[in-house]
Design a protein. Structure first.
Length: 262
């Protein structure tokens, strides 16, 4: 009798474990989507990427955008930032980096290999050092793979004379979708990368939608379905070519942009 009882209890135990495991698996699968959130700020870049329990932040806006940054982090229920990607050291991209690092746990910071020699960049470097955060200066392509999500961070192939062209470029790939974040690259850098580009689903238009000699070619080469513009007054030529390819245009100056790929 005792043996039978033990077998019954064992089967119940195994059944319970199976149900819990299956429940966790289904929950994980349900949450296996890629959420791209672009904060509602003008002429500055700040965006958040959520995948399962991983949070990636790409740029942090200007210091004046602190309240918006704080509200977004609360809305998205972010407790920790796994990867903070600072595309380049201009104040409209790293403005709230010190605040974020001081107030939220940050695992890794990625920066371009360009010294602007500015007070803001010095502040960011100092707080990273004080908090003993892993600080990765990206000098060659850096890849991160998390289950179905692949993150590729591309540095400039050479050091340019000014900050914008030294922007890190980030490509997200998930379930066949591709999203390309281009920082503030201008004509020279854009020309240098054109042959390496391919079609994407989402394109963060470079440099707040300002037109340069290569920006039209960039759009035609990537043929995005959705274009994110982080500028209040994008160039008319940019808007026209996006309309020509039937691309949905979204401006962060108007409202937050929340996109989910499943």
């Amino acid at each position: 009798m005792r043996n039978i009882l033990n077998k019954v209890l064992f089967c119940c135990f195994i059944g319970t474990i199976t149900i819990i495991t299956l429940s966790n698996f289904l929950k994980s699968s349900k949450n296996a989507e890629l959420r791209l959130y672009f904060l509602p700020i003008k002429d500055a870049d700040a965006s958040i990427v959520k995948y399962k329990d991983i949070t990636i932040m790409i740029d942090t806006g200007e210091e004046k955008d602190k309240k918006i940054i704080r509200a977004a982090i609360k809305k998205l229920k972010i407790e920790k930032i796994n990867y903070l990607i600072l595309t380049h050291p201009d104040k409209d991209h790293i403005g709230n980096s010190k605040y974020i690092i001081e107030n939220y746990p940050v695992e890794k910071v990625f920066q371009t290999d360009y010294d602007k020699n500015s007070k803001k960049q010095e502040e960011v470097s100092k707080i990273i050092l004080e908090k003993e955060i892993e600080n990765i200066i990206v000098k060659e392509q850096y890849n991160i793979e998390i289950d179905k999500l692949k993150i590729s961070i591309y540095p400039p192939k050479k050091i340019y004379n000014e900050s914008n062209n030294n922007s890190l470029i980030t490509l997200l790939e998930f379930n066949g979708y591709k999203a390309l974040y281009t920082g503030d690259i201008e004509a020279e850098r854009t020309k240098d990368i054109l042959e390496d580009l391919e079609k994407v689903n989402l394109l963060k238009i470079p440099h707040h939608g300002r037109k340069n000699e290569q920006s039209i070619e960039l759009i035609k080469k990537t043929m995005p379905e959705i274009a994110i513009i982080t500028g209040e007054k994008p160039a008319q030529a940019i808007l026209e070519v996006l309309n020509e390819i039937d691309c949905k245009i979204r401006l962060t100056a108007e409202k937050a942009i929340d996109i989910t790929f499943k």
